[in-house]
Ligand binder design. Structure first.
Ligand code: FAD
Ligand code: FES
Length: 271
């Protein structure tokens, strides 16, 4: 059940280039959040910008987390792209922020027992929404493909190294890892995965990345869930401002905020 709450900023630091990490003390939301869900954050006290902004929860620490000093905290890893995120960078420790969450339907973990390793594909800041799922699957061997325009856009590599993982990196300008897109990199490594097995693949990134992935993977071998990004008005299903076309027989247009943000990749109709 989503809650509208006031949280307190505990930290807000630049991680690299345009990326920042915001920590908020908000136990009721941190305690409920599931991998792939998001919050709508009011980024300033004044009316500019008026609308809340959606952000995946990168790390959430519930009441019973072993690290006492982090209990009830949630972290958002964000990129400064416009007016709202620019204001976010000015949030100070101790400041109150208004947020709604947890929102949306998150990722469904692979069924148990599943013999094949899950695959994660993240483009740019999209990798953030995949991290909590990897954490929830701790102990399982995973394959992680991380891509971005340049090395500055490559995030969370150290985080994924904590798990039993094979990590592959691609940048479009070749400044880190293999030159090209993350989807091209994944396709170049496809031989690792056996054709007669089923792999659970989790993806998040820009529309072009997800579209390219949808056009190039066999849905029998790769059962893909993708977290979509959309401009959002309300974030909880009321305004229909975030719809995406799907092949659903009754309701072709689905709301990214309420019916997603995670969808089966094969259900999306790319226009
Ligand atoms: C479910 C969900 C989870 C998200 N999680 C994260 C996250 O963890 N970290 C993060 O940095 N960002 C995330 N985003 C994107 C984030 O919401 C936008 O970057 C933010 O709203 C931009 O606000 P702004 O006022 O700074 O930019 P604006 O001034 O509103 O826009 C600036 C530029 O960003 C583009 N933009 C704005 N909103 C979106 C959006 N929702 N999707 C794609 N492009 C957008 C605009 O087209 C424009 O080019 C997420 C979006 C969704 C829907
Ligand atoms: S943002 Fe309002 S319905 Fe999705």
């Amino acid at each position: 059940m989503p809650l509208q709450m006031e949280g307190m900023v505990v930290s807000n630091e630049r991680v690299k280039s345009l990326y920042y990490l915001l920590g908020i003390d908000c136990p009721p939301i941190a305690d409920q959040i599931k991998p792939g869900q998001f919050v709508m954050l009011k980024v300033s006290d004044d009316r500019s910008p008026l609308l809340r902004r959606p952000f995946s929860v990168y790390k959430g620490y519930p009441f019973n987390h072993p690290e006492k000093r982090k209990r009830g905290y949630l972290f958002i890893l964000y990129k400064k792209v416009g007016a709202g995120t620019r204001k976010m960078t000015t949030l100070k420790k101790g400041q109150k922020v208004d947020l709604i969450g947890p929102l949306g339907k998150g990722f469904t973990p692979p069924p148990l027992p599943s013999s094949t390793p899950p695959i994660f594909i993240g483009g740019g800041v999209g990798i953030v929404s995949l991290y909590p799922l990897a954490e929830a699957l701790e102990g399982k061997h995973i394959f992680v493909f991380i891509g971005g325009r340049t090395q500055d856009d490559i995030l969370c590599v150290e985080d994924f190294k904590k798990f039993k993982s094979n990590i592959f990196v691609a940048t479009e300008d070749g400044s880190l890892g293999v030159k090209g897109t993350v989807v091209d990199l994944f396709l170049s490594q496809r031989k690792i995965f056996k054709k007669n097995e089923a792999y659970y693949l989790y993806a998040c990134g820009p529309v072009a990345m997800l579209k390219a992935l949808a056009g190039s993977v066999q849905s029998k071998t790769f059962i893909c869930q993708a977290s979509l990004e959309a401009r959002m008005g309300c974030g909880f299903g009321a305004c229909w401002g975030c719809v995406v076309k799907t092949n659903h027989p009754q309701t072709a247009y689905q709301r990214v905020c309420e019916d997603g943000p995670v969808f089966r990749l094969k259900d999306i109709v790319w226009e």
